[in-house]
Design a protein around this ligand. Structure first.
Ligand SMILES: [Zn+2]
Length: 184
């Protein structure tokens, strides 16, 4: 891991919306990734899935819409919800959803959105494609613990979504998954 990111993480604190606007492009990306990492820590650790955090933002306004983490929303018949999925469930229930859904969105996730789910539920990449998401920023490609050939990255790219891998965040994004590390 880049030493600087580890140090920055220790000094990380949440900013108000005015302070966020003063950040340069690269700092903003890192800021939202740090927030996603914070979300990932809230997930219940299980042996059968990763703990992921995600932040959904308005791409151009740089404002946060929703946050989500793995298994956060428990609804009957939904199975285990994923971080990105939780972001969109919350987004859909926002009062301003009808207006906001027309705007360009970006989502930050500690891990590559899944392209396939063992449960048969819609994958996060498929969910992302249902919305006006233009950019996906990830801290980590999906390790092959559960799905041997991940497809999320390719599916998103094939649909003209910019997928940016943020360099130097892998270890921080894996921290919430240290109990799975033996397999990774
Ligand atoms: Zn997923």
């Amino acid at each position: 891991m880049k030493e600087s990111n580890s140090k920055k993480k220790k000094e990380f604190k949440e900013l108000n919306s005015e302070e966020v606007k003063t950040l340069a492009e690269k700092e903003l990306d890192e800021y939202f990734m740090f927030l996603a990492i914070e979300e990932s820590k809230k997930a219940n650790k299980v042996d059968s899935a990763f703990s992921v955090g995600a932040i959904l933002i308005l791409k151009n306004e740089k404002t946060i819409l929703t946050r989500g983490f793995s298994r956060e929303i428990k609804e009957i018949n939904m199975g285990n919800t994923h971080a990105e999925e939780c972001c969109f469930i919350k987004f859909k229930s926002m009062k301003e959803f009808e207006i906001l859904k027309e705007k360009e969105l970006a989502i930050f996730s500690t891990m590559e959105p899944c392209g396939k789910r063992l449960s048969g539920n819609k994958s996060c990449s498929e969910i992302i494609l249902q919305y006006n998401v233009k950019r996906v920023v990830i801290g980590l490609r999906e390790p092959d613990n559960f799905i041997k050939q991940t497809e999320g990255y390719d599916l998103l790219c094939a649909n003209n979504i910019i997928v940016d891998y943020l360099d130097g965040f892998e270890d921080l994004c894996m921290e919430s998954n240290s109990h799975l590390k033996k397999k990774i």
